[in-house]
Design a protein around this ligand. Structure first.
Ligand code: PMP
Ligand code: GLU
Length: 399
């Protein structure tokens, strides 16, 4: 069939760069190449046993029928309790919608509130999928750039300057993928103070890395009364409980947005998997010590990775305060060549490191930061050490 028959909407959509680089790395591995994959961001831990047991029990107890569209009430109640206990936020079960990962949860919200021409503010560096979801909804991305010199965080003044009468939403992410930056309570409050003056703006707050935080308690913009009734909190079990493949994420939203997402989801996925829901319910209701064990491990690896990258000439790096990514500025290497081929941008650099260094990373272009490159440190110490050695060697060959 003629591939030009693909809809305009899809033709203009970029494939997910994180998943594409991971696939390339897996393809090379299948060819027998010893690739170290630091591209895709997912915990390298196994899902804790008590969660796996709950899933097995759910199968045996025949949780094999369609669940309610927004998820089982018992799961939504567990999420309501989590929000109260951990975040001091008050939500009702009918404000929670569970989906196939936080990814679908965010896309549901974007498709539910964005009309063609609506503007959506996205601070860059941003997670690869936000801008593409906005494109899918035929909205307009308004990117605010924050470089390494401002720890990749936008200021209230930058936000104020980006708002127009057409602004419909903003997508915030803290702790951030890809930078690892974490907004402090004061910084969030200063953004909330700006947004309080613009009541038409919906605030999508992606908090999927809530528990991977090295500076203390998680802060949500939903805590500020001036904007609370317009905040959609996004979270899920992928990162906190090492459950990326289970595909279970959720929103806690104003009722009208939850209702809209419910309607949308009812037409195109029905609900997330019943078994994944029972596993997630166990995760929220069960012992939470697994989270701290993983967090501590990530923190140690963060320190290791930062020390190694600081040793690589030409890379400029900040110290991430959360998540499990390092996002060095690599502009020193853009324009350099290897065997007659010039690296035009950070995507070329990532491809070069994969082919020449056998280390998979993701170029910053897809995150709205063409001068940077992302390495995930959700890998063992040995892999991190070996990978950074390979990167250093490969970079030395560039002239
Ligand atoms: N938001 C961010 C910032 C992420 O890094 C991810 C991970 N892919 C997601 C959302 C989606 O997570 P999931 O769909 O696995 O719940
Ligand atoms: N959050 C991960 C990443 O950014 C998973 C891949 C994805 O969903 O994009 O690498």
């Amino acid at each position: 069939m003629n591939t030009s028959a693909v809809s305009g909407r899809l033709a203009s959509l970029s494939p997910s760069e994180t998943l594409a680089m991971s696939q390339k790395s897996n393809d090379l591995k299948a060819q027998g190449k010893d690739v170290i994959n630091l591209s895709v961001g997912e915990p390298d831990f196994f899902t804790p046993d008590f969660i796996k047991e709950a899933a097995k029990e759910a199968i045996d107890k025949n949780f094999s029928f369609y669940s309610p569209v927004p998820g089982y009430l018992s799961l939504r109640n567990a999420i309501v309790s989590k929000l109260k206990k951990e975040n001091n936020l008050d939500f009702q079960a009918d404000q929670i919608v569970c989906s196939n990962g936080a990814k679908q949860a965010i896309c549901n919200v974007v498709l539910s509130v964005i009309d063609p021409g609506d503007e959506v503010i996205i601070p860059a560096p941003y997670w690869v999928s936000y801008a593409e979801m906005v494109k899918l909804a035929e909205g307009t991305n308004i990117i605010i750039s924050a470089g390494i010199e401002q720890d990749f965080k936008i200021t209230a003044a930058q936000l104020e300057a980006a708002i127009t009468p057409k602004t419909k939403a903003i997508i915030l992410c803290s702790p951030s993928n890809p930078t690892g930056s974490v907004y402090s309570k004061e910084e969030l409050e200063s953004l909330a103070n700006v947004l309080a003056c613009h009541p038409q703006i919906i605030i999508i707050s992606d908090e999927i890395y809530e528990h991977i935080n090295y500076i203390g308690r998680h802060e949500s913009i939903a805590q500020f009364a001036s904007v609370r009734d317009r905040v959609v909190v996004v979270n899920g079990v992928s990162k906190a409980y090492a459950m990326t493949g289970w595909r279970l994420g959720w929103i806690a939203a104003p009722l009208w947005i939850a209702d809209a997402c419910n309607k949308l989801q009812g037409q195109y996925t029905s609900a997330p998997s019943s078994i994944a829901q029972k596993a997630a319910e166990a995760a929220y209701n069960g012992p939470q010590d697994c989270i701290e064990i993983m967090r501590k491990t990530f923190e140690r690896r963060r320190d290791l990775m930062v020390a190694l990258v600081q040793n690589i000439p030409g890379f400029q790096v900040n110290q991430p305060k959360g998540a499990f990514y390092l996002f060095p500025n690599c502009s020193y290497y853009i324009g350099k060549s290897f065997r007659g081929t010039t690296l035009e941008n950070s995507a070329d650099l990532a491809m070069y490191l994969l082919e020449e260094g056998l280390v998979a990373s993701v170029g910053g272009l897809a995150f709205g930061a063409p001068d940077c490159i992302r390495f995930s440190y959700a890998a063992s110490d040995e892999k991190i050490e070996e990978a950074m050695e390979r990167v250093k060697k490969a970079l030395k060959k560039l002239a």
